[in-house]
Design a binder for this molecule. Structure first.
Ligand SMILES: [Zn+2]
Length: 377
């Protein structure tokens, strides 16, 4: 018999810390087209009702897609339209399920990211692409550990188009940008969000200093100098920013190799990051959801090295020090139990992807995509 683990309403006292006894009543069943008879319950404290489905990853869905297959195909260079043809459903259904997998993956990653090897250095770089049109380049910050090549976090920044343009292109740019407000120091803010996450989750000592490797972009240097990680160093803690020229050959011995590696992999495995493509992102928030699904698949399902024996199943997370048994049980949970935002203490880096929040130059501020209310539960 199913026992509800907690009350799903975040304002209720039984949400975060339900008592040991029976805090709910059985409240009949309802018929659903997708799931048949579904048992319902009522909370004794807030008197609100909920069902078995409230706690499943398939909550509120009218059509259930195979999540593991969708995760794998979306991470293997299939575009949203190709996926909608594969699953015989609309592009909106694909986006809805990609969002669900992204939220479930954030839950798994937030729990396991804290367990990785604290000695490994961190590489950071921006993956530059564009959304809507080439006049709106985006700079997606990716932090990745050096040895295990495990993606730690993703952040979004949108910038003005720079570089050489023809006269006609300049006119078009001025026309498009009229009335728009771009974010000041967007790349600095984006890098800062990764430093915030590292400060919160990583133990930093003099013996185990945190080494962050980036290229020589002035924005990264400024953000690092301003950040508490740098300013609050004392006799017991040490944090080092190593900068490497981006003109150095992109070889294995380059300290920025992990960033170069993930740039190459994302461009190969994500249809919207290919060069000269018609599959470019139409929407920054959707792009971040898809990339987040890719990051989780890369960390917890993809084999660590292509060159390893064909029977090897070692993932990037295992190389980073997370037990295989734990990864498997968390992955099972990821594909069955619904993750609740209010029960996770996420850094802004993750909560922005969850709530699909990105800066919009049209609105002149950060805005969240219109998500169904249950996504904020
Ligand atoms: Zn309640």
């Amino acid at each position: 018999m199913f026992r509800p683990p907690f009350c799903p309403y975040r304002a209720c006292v039984n949400h975060l810390d339900p008592p040991g006894g029976k805090w709910w009543y059985a409240n009949g069943t309802h018929d659903s087209h997708a799931f048949g008879k579904v048992p319902r319950f009522k909370c004794k404290h807030c008197r609100r009702t909920f069902s078995v489905q409230t706690f499943r990853v398939t909550y509120y869905s009218k059509r259930v897609l195979p999540m593991k297959k969708l995760e794998r195909l979306s991470s293997s260079s299939m575009s949203t339209r190709a996926l909608s043809r594969e699953f015989r459903c609309s592009c909106n259904t694909i986006t809805n399920w990609i969002d669900r997998i992204a939220r479930q993956g954030i839950m798994l990653h937030a729990a396991l990211r804290k367990l990785i090897d604290p000695h490994d250095s961190v590489c950071f770089d921006g993956l530059v692409s564009f959304e809507s049109s080439q006049y709106f380049p985006n700079d997606i910050g990716i932090s990745i550990t050096c040895k295990a090549r495990m993606i730690l976090g993703l952040s979004h920044a949108i910038t003005r188009r720079a570089g050489v343009m023809r006269e006609g292109q300049k006119e078009r740019r001025d026309e498009l940008y009229e009335g728009m407000k771009f974010e000041e120091k967007a790349v600095e803010r984006s890098f800062g969000e990764h430093l915030d996450m590292l400060r919160k989750e990583r133990s930093i000592t003099l013996e185990d200093p945190l080494v962050v490797i980036t290229d020589e972009k002035v924005e990264y240097k400024r953000a690092f100098r301003k950040h508490e990680l740098y300013k609050e160093q004392d006799e017991a803690t040490r944090c080092v920013h190593l900068t490497v020229s981006s003109k150095f050959p992109r070889t294995y011995s380059n300290p920025l190799f992990p960033s170069n590696y993930i740039d190459r992999e994302a461009r190969k495995d994500q249809a919207n990051f290919r060069r000269e493509t018609t599959c470019y992102s139409r929407n920054g928030a959707n792009c971040m959801s898809r990339l987040s699904v890719y990051a989780i698949w890369h960390n917890y399902a993809k084999k660590y090295l292509v060159k390893k024996p064909i029977i090897s199943v070692e993932t990037h997370a295992e190389v980073a020090g997370v037990e295989r048994r734990l990864i498997r049980s968390m992955r099972r949970r990821m594909f069955s139990n619904r993750a609740f935002l209010s029960r996770l203490n996420l850094p802004p880096l993750d909560s922005k992807i969850w709530t699909k929040t990105v800066y919009s130059p049209w609105a002149g501020k950060e805005i969240s995509a219109s998500l169904p209310h249950f996504a904020f539960g």
